[in-house]
Design a protein around this ligand. Structure first.
Ligand SMILES: [Zn+2]
Ligand SMILES: [Zn+2]
Length: 237
């Protein structure tokens, strides 16, 4: 299955827009998050020859501007799109989806997103003193499970543990997205790298809010099983 990285803070060449946020396209029709703004997302999609008319689902990991920025103009252009989020997203977000002509669908635990793709369901956490709901996308292919995470605010290990409990016999081929380890001390990141390996995560492709130090520690821990996920890259899972 094809994965195309559409937006984050790293890029394969300066032909692409970068900034704060995350977005990728799965199987050429499921858009995961939308980055910080539409102009950047649209520009990068054009360079990757993404066919906008094929996108039929938008999976929003959590209701933060750097993941929802491109959503509103996309909905204006493509009304009636399914927007899969969590019940715990803000009322403001849900009504804005409707105002822009989208159809908001709260994900349940392991509810279907598309063929071979399910949501982890809502994982609760606290962010800057208030409640935050986030879910991750699980893709199942012949290689095993790929976990696509927006920011991992509930904790990268917590997310992987929930997935492992549900899919005990399927290997975790890849963990990809923002791991949110920017402000963590190095020793803690080393422990997290060990926990991810213990949980059976075979390959990692950390980006966005993972942080440079955490990327370096994970690259060291994972060796050839570490992959970059820069804007403009495409790979198969
Ligand atoms: Zn983020
Ligand atoms: Zn966030």
């Amino acid at each position: 299955m094809n994965v195309t990285v559409l937006f984050n803070n790293e890029r394969v060449s300066d032909r692409y827009h970068t900034g704060w946020g995350f977005s990728c396209l799965l199987d050429r029709h499921v858009l995961f998050d939308t980055g910080e703004k539409w102009e950047y997302l649209e520009g990068n999609m054009k360079k990757k020859r993404v066919d906008l008319s094929r996108i039929d689902v938008v999976f929003i990991s959590h209701d933060h501007w750097d993941h929802t920025g491109g959503l509103w103009t996309l909905l204006d252009k493509r009304p009636n799109l399914r927007v899969i989020g969590c019940q715990g997203f803000s009322d403001e977000f849900k009504s804005k989806v409707l105002e822009h002509g989208g159809r908001f669908e709260p994900a349940e635990d392991w509810s279907s997103v598309a063929d071979d793709m399910v949501s982890t369901g809502e994982l609760p956490c606290q962010y800057k003193g208030s409640y935050l709901a986030e879910h991750s996308l699980i893709v199942r292919t012949d290689k095993g499970i790929t976990i696509v995470a927006g920011c991992c605010h509930p904790g990268v290990v917590t997310i992987v543990e929930k997935v492992r409990e549900r899919f005990l016999t399927e290997p975790v081929h890849l963990l990809f997205g923002g791991f949110h380890l920017m402000e963590r001390p190095g020793r803690e990141i080393e422990l997290i790298a060990r926990q991810l390996k213990y949980l059976g995560v075979k390959n990692v492709a950390p980006t966005h809010c993972t942080g440079g130090e955490a990327q370096a520690i994970l690259a060291e821990a994972y060796g050839t099983s570490y992959a970059t996920a820069k804007t403009g890259e495409s790979f198969e899972i």
